[in-house]
Ligand binder design. Structure first.
Ligand code: NAP
Length: 284
């Protein structure tokens, strides 16, 4: 099985590295070429553009920033669509909206190839450790064929049905993540103004029913002013924006998500987009 991997950002570089380390034949490509070098040192081949990577692979994985990036990758002049062969598979793992996934699926299947969307839950460390949760939807045969690769990248893969359901699951879940991140920041900000010690607030949270792994990681980061990026704030703003759009389409009111999205939007406007989501506290 020959794999391609397009997009070597925070997540893609670690996911691709797991495939290479597992001994799979992997050809990588990234818009900013220098990010290919560590993967090539690990044993990957380097592709010239998405078209050539797709033409040479049985299954191509992609992990890029947002709907615009996913569409550039697929529909660009040297994009996946120009190279992918009938019967081969394209698995886009980026977080996009359902309409983008459906548009790409339609184009890929029109070429006689197969498409699966597979956004992931989990961040930089789970990507490194291969413990992501993979939210797949689309071609069932391609899903089954991708399982050996998914097993290296994730601890759980779910098959969710038709294209669009993976994107929806991801947006539904990330709405909770965004709200939890923001409210943790609010709680710590208020607590410290009350003269409470931040670490003791975190200790009380950790001992109660609200205990969760995210608070354990992000809480100390907020207290230390550490915004080392695991999940870029700009992507959280995008996910909340897409969730709001989904809510409008389906007639579902999302008042908390709307408020949280506004605060992430303000953070983005302050130039915090490339910092970790924990930097949202700077807007409070
Ligand atoms: P990232 O570090 O910002 O990397 C983004 C990647 O997209 C880079 O490889 C970038 O290329 C590429 N890209 C952007 N625009 C492009 C375009 N127009 N054409 C081709 N490539 C383009 O992001 P990330 O954290 O790895 O996240 C990737 C995806 O996973 C996003 O959809 C995000 O929402 C999702 N996600 C992230 C996390 C997380 O914790 N980080 C967790 C779950 C899901 P360059 O290197 O050239 O800029």
């Amino acid at each position: 099985m020959r794999y391609g991997f397009l997009g070597l950002g925070i997540m893609g570089s670690r996911m691709a590295a797991r495939l290479v380390r597992a001994g799979f034949e992997v050809t990588v490509w990234n818009r900013t070429t220098i990010k290919c070098h560590p993967l090539v040192e690990l044993g990957a081949k380097q592709g010239i553009n998405p078209k050539e990577v797709a033409a040479a692979a049985d299954i191509v994985f992609a992990m890029v920033a947002d709907p615009g990036a996913s569409q550039d990758l697929c529909f660009g002049a040297d994009g996946v669509l120009a190279g992918i062969k009938p019967g081969c598979g394209y698995v886009d793992m980026s977080t996009v909206d359902p309409a983008t996934a459906q548009r790409i699926a339609e184009a890929v299947t029109t070429k006689g190839a197969r498409f699966l969307e597979a956004p992931v839950s989990g961040t930089k460390k789970p990507a490194e450790d291969g413990t992501l949760v993979i939210l797949a939807a689309g071609d069932r045969g391609l899903y089954d064929q991708s399982l050996p690769a998914f097993a290296r990248m994730g601890r759980l893969s779910l098959y969710l049905g038709e294209v669009g359901q993976g994107a929806k699951m991801k947006l539904v879940v990330n709405l909770v993540l965004g709200a939890m991140m923001e409210v943790l920041g609010e709680s710590l900000a208020l607590g410290e103004k009350c003269g409470l010690a931040g670490d003791q607030i975190l200790q009380v949270l950790a001992e109660g029913a609200m205990a969760n792994p995210m608070f354990k990681v992000k809480g100390p980061m907020i207290l230390a002013g550490d915004t080392t990026t695991s999940f870029p704030l700009k992507h959280m703003e995008k996910d909340l924006r897409l969730a709001m759009h989904l809510g409008r389409e389906l007639g579902q009111s999302l008042p908390v998500a709307a408020a949280v999205h506004a605060i992430f939007g303000q953070s983005l406007a302050k130039g915090l987009g490339d910092q970790d989501i924990a930097a949202v506290v700077r807007s409070l």
